[in-house]
Every structure is written in structure tokens, then in C-alpha cells.
Design a protein around this ligand. Structure first.
Ligand code: NDP
Ligand code: 8X3
Length: 255
């Protein structure tokens, strides 16, 4: 493998993670792309290797499964463990119900993916970074990690947890020279709402009706910017919204 820098992106099969893969490939990083859908990982690897002079390693695992995460990450070849950037992006929402009506299965999936999955991956990769005394971890929070909106309850709680973990990682990893950045988008049109509404495309489309939402590339460009600052600069935290969105609950659909 050539001596390019390496970025590990969780949830690279779709949306923000996939857009990150493209932008880091353009910038000559070698990529470790992860997710559960192996055919999408293989397709992305083939596309990016054909388009850019880089190498892509795919690693298929479910971030919720602790032993699967450990097995997959430990199996990565030693040269590839010299990861410069970890993008903790894999995440999802399930349902949009009042607390008294929510599905316990939806809650478990969100907590296990957005909090526990992020922790399982971070524990292993931060140790790789500690061994070389440098690295940068980018955590995907959300406006839902800064504000709470009606029926957002558990999703908002998981993203508030990511916000806390982002701050905690920055403190704990300070002594090792590792940067930590939190990225908190408002509405981005990806598979997010299709997943939230369990495949109901019509309901998902309504979320982005009547205004210009963010696109995955908008967030990927911002993430790339945060990881391409000089060595002495760390961007702690960014909230990024569509111009038509003023907060988690205010919208201007007349723009
Ligand atoms: P997408 O649904 O388009 O992508 C989510 C990605 O996460 C997929 O690649 C999916 O891969 C992966 N993923 C989900 N669950 C698991 C799992 N159990 N194990 C491994 N990978 C998993 O959504 P986005 O791109 O929008 O979301 C990316 C991140 O951005 C999430 O953390 C989300 O909460 C956050 N975010 C999104 C916003 C939005 O409006 N879209 C706004 C604010 C934050 P696969 O299915 O192949 O496993
Ligand atoms: C996704 C955006 O507005 O549903 O994190 O919280 S929102």
C-alpha cells in the first residue's frame, strides 16, 4: 500500500458517509469503508478505485454487535491500522412517536447503534491512534443533539449522548494529541428519513418538501475542511443547517 493517509468511515454505504468516501478519495486518502450492506461497499470500492488513484478496504460489520466489531477491526491488516481520521458516522433514527407510544425495538436499535456502536468502534480505533500519538476523530451528532423536538425523544437522547461523548473524547485524548470534532447537521436529504419511517418513501419525502435541505456533500465538505486544518488547530463543534431551517422546529418554506 502507498503511504497515503487513511480515513476510516463508518456507514459509508449511503448518505453522508458515502459522500465523505468520495471527497477523501478525491483528496488521495486511502479509505476503510464500513457498513452492513456488503454489495454497496464493494460497488463503492470498485467505483472509487477506478476513478481515483487510491486503495479502498471494505469491512462489513454491524456496529451494534460488539464481537463483530472487534473481529472485523482486529482483522484489518497492520498497515491499514495507521488510521489518520475516524469518521463515526453510522447512525439512524427509528420512528417518530410520543414517549408513551414508542416502540421498545426502535429505542434499542437507536441506542445500540448511535451510542454503543460509536463507543465500540472508538475504543479500538482510538488505541490505534494513541500508539502513533496522532489522529482525528469526527463524531456525527445532530441538531437533535443540541435541541429536543416533539416525538424526537430517544433519537434526541442518543445524539445528546454523542455530544457528551464528543466532549469527553476530546478531554481524554488530549494527552495523546488526538483531535476530536463534533458535526451537528439539521435536515440532510439522505436515506435517513426512509430509515426513520421504516421504508415509507412518501412520508420520508414530506420531510424535505417545500425547501432546499442540505445534501450529503454539504456535510462531507465541512467534515473534510475540519480535518484539513493545520496541526495546531482543532474545530471542536459545528452546527450546520439548511438556510430554510432556523432550529429543530422553525422553518421558512417561502425561500
Ligand atoms: P443514511 O441512512 O443515508 O446512512 C446511514 C449509514 O449508517 C448507512 O451507511 C448505514 O449502513 C449505516 N448504519 C446504520 N446502522 C448501522 C449498523 N447497525 N451498523 C453499521 N452501519 C450502520 O443516513 P445519513 O447519511 O443521513 O446519516 C449519517 C449520520 O448523520 C447518522 O449518524 C445520522 O444520525 C446523522 N445525521 C443525519 C441527519 C439527516 O438529516 N440526514 C442530520 C443530522 C445527523 P448500512 O445500512 O449498510 O449498515
Ligand atoms: C436528523 C435531523 O431534524 O431529524 O438528525 O433531528 S433531525
Amino acid at each position: 500500500m502507498s503511504m497515503s493517509k487513511i480515513v476510516l468511515i463508518t456507514g459509508a454505504t449511503s448518505g453522508i458517509g458515502k459522500a465523505c468516501a468520495e471527497i477523501y478519495a478525491q483528496n488521495k486518502y486511502n479509505l476503510i469503508i464500513t457498513g452492513r450492506r456488503s454489495e454497496k461497499l464493494n460497488q463503492l470500492k470498485a467505483d472509487l478505485e477506478a476513478k481515483y488513484e487510491i486503495e479502498v478496504l471494505t469491512s462489513k460489520f454491524d456496529v451494534r454487535n460488539r464481537s463483530e466489531v472487534e473481529k472485523a477491526l482486529n482483522a484489518i491488516p497492520a498497515d491499514w491500522k495507521k488510521v489518520n481520521i475516524l469518521i463515526n458516522n453510522a447512525g439512524l433514527s427509528q420512528g417518530l412517536d410520543a414517549i408513551q407510544d414508542g416502540s421498545l425495538d426502535d429505542w434499542d436499535i437507536m441506542i445500540d447503534t448511535n451510542i454503543k456502536g460509536l463507543l465500540y468502534v472508538s475504543k479500538i480505533v482510538s488505541n490505534w491512534m494513541i500508539s502513533v500519538k496522532k489522529g482525528h476523530i469526527v463524531n456525527l451528532g445532530s441538531i437533535a443533539g443540541k435541541e429536543v423536538y416533539a416525538n424526537g425523544n430517544v433519537y434526541c437522547a442518543t445524539k445528546h449522548a454523542v455530544d457528551a461523548l464528543n466532549k469527553a473524547m476530546r478531554i481524554d485524548l488530549l494527552q495523546h494529541g488526538i483531535k476530536v470534532t463534533g458535526i451537528h447537521p439539521g435536515a440532510v436529504e439522505t436515506e435517513f428519513s426512509i430509515v426513520r419511517f421504516h421504508g415509507d418513501q412518501e412520508k420520508a419525502n414530506k420531510v424535505y418538501d417545500g425547501y432546499d435541505p442540505l445534501e450529503a456533500i454539504d456535510i462531507a465538505e465541512t467534515i473534510y475542511f475540519t480535518t484539513s486544518r493545520p496541526a495546531h488547530v482543532n474545530i471542536n463543534d459545528l452546527v450546520i443547517m439548511p438556510t430554510a431551517q432556523g432550529s429543530a422546529f422553525y422553518w421558512n418554506k417561502n425561500l
